[in-house]
Write a protein that binds this ligand. Structure first.
Ligand code: PLP
Length: 385
């Protein structure tokens, strides 16, 4: 049985060059914090990777020290959210109903610690600037708004939202940290971190395994002293993340990031063709509702709902035909309740939320793959409806 993979929002296969880079870097096994010459070579690799990541994200050489390597985006998001506990005794934290569990669940910790947490509506995946404006108060300390939604692929207008917060903070002469989770952006949409930071973004998070690198490297951008270490240790990563750096994963991530940013225009073209073809094919299937809005969404993710068919059944049945798709998000598959709530929280009906599946394309898919997927969906539905 051939196997077709349509779950690149959950994870991506590492590219050849990132695997080669990983294997090469593994040879430099010494601890980058040690003092002898061989260890210094590892430190050089690490700093080379940091510079490459900075330039790939459109940051200057001088800004490279704002990048901190972690183990994954969940850790990076936890650092950002839990920094609030380390910096303040009270205050308001603003998130949205469209956040990934790694932000949402950290906000529950903040709530338990006595912070006031406001979750803005995210109707169809979009945050309304007026809602943000109304929620800002002089005691607001952190705003965290996801860029590309991992469940339905919508893109928030981060530059406008961040500048709104920046202007408000300036008007009251206070610091408000603005964070955005950019995990689903790299390799899926043209991306310039510089554009975000000039608008007022203070912190942004990324994950290697979402952009064709091996797992094990999260990237945290922070230009704010308010972002503090979650794991205190030997002072690695400029004191922002204790623990010996996973240099092989970091080095491979830097290679994959550079590669993806160079290829992004071509990748978008390929993925858009796949999405258009899929939408054309399913437009003749009356039992399918498309949940992902046409405008302001990435071409890589499309969320659909099959009338009265629980998403989990669709995913399991297609898997038997060798097709891998997601229900909504691989990370929330461990917390089934949350999974449905996120779609309902974003304004979708309980029945659409229950029967949603997430299809995510990569440039490795072909038009034939997409046609097979549409055919198999039709066959499955007609058999089990
Ligand atoms: N944020 C978003 C938007 C995601 O999609 C994911 C993973 O699916 C994460 C954070 C967590 O990433 P990681 O697997 O690197 O912890």
């Amino acid at each position: 049985m051939s196997s077709l993979y349509f779950d690149s929002a959950a994870t991506t296969p590492p590219s050849f060059s990132s695997i080669n880079a990983y294997n090469e870097a593994l040879k430099y096994f010494e601890n980058p914090s040690s003092a002898y010459d061989n260890a210094k070579k590892v430190k050089v690799l690490l700093e080379e990777a940091r510079l490459r990541c900075a330039s790939s994200l459109s940051l200057s050489k001088e800004e490279a020290h704002h990048l901190f390597f972690t183990s994954c985006a969940t850790e990076s998001n936890s650092i950002v959210l839990q920094s609030v506990i380390r910096n303040y005794k009270t205050g308001r934290v603003i998130i949205t109903n469209g956040e990934h569990p790694s932000v949402k669940n950290n906000s529950f910790i903040l709530k338990r610690c006595g912070f006031e947490v406001i979750s803005l509506p995210s109707k169809n995946g979009f945050v309304n600037p007026l809602d943000l404006e109304k929620a800002l108060t002089p005691n607001t300390v952190l705003v965290s708004i996801i860029y590309v939604n991992n469940v339905i692929g919508t893109k928030n207008d981060i530059s406008s939202l961040a500048s709104l917060v920046k202007n408000y903070a300036k008007s009251i002469s206070k610091n408000i940290t603005f964070h955005t989770d950019c995990v689903q952006a790299i390799g899926k949409t043209e991306f310039s971190l510089n554009e975000f930071t000039t608008s007022g973004v203070n912190a942004a998070t990324f994950s290697s395994h979402k952009f064709y690198a091996p797992r094990g490297c999260g990237i945290l951008y922070s230009n704010s002293d308010n972002i503090r270490a979650l794991s205190e240790g030997g002072g690695q990563e400029n004191g922002r993340r204790g623990g010996t750096e996973n240099v092989a994963a970091i080095y491979a991530a830097s290679i994959a990031l550079e590669e993806e940013q160079k290829l992004i225009k071509n990748h978008i073209k390929t993925i858009s063709l796949l999405k258009d073809e899929f939408l054309k094919k399913i437009s003749t299937l009356p039992f399918i509702t498309v949940l992902t809005p046409k405008e302001n969404s990435v071409p890589s993710i499309i969320s659909i709902s099959l009338k009265k068919m629980p998403g989990e059944i669709t995913v399991r049945s297609l898997s038997k035909s060798g097709i891998s798709i997601g229900t909504t998000s691989a990370c929330s598959a461990n917390a089934k309740k949350n999974e449905k709530n996120i779609l309902q929280d974003m304004g979708f009906s309980p029945s659409n939320a229950e029967s949603a599946i997430r299809i995510s394309f990569s440039p490795l898919n072909t038009i034939e793959d997409v046609n097979t997927l549409a055919l198999e969906l039709e066959k499955f539905y007609n058999t089990y409806k």
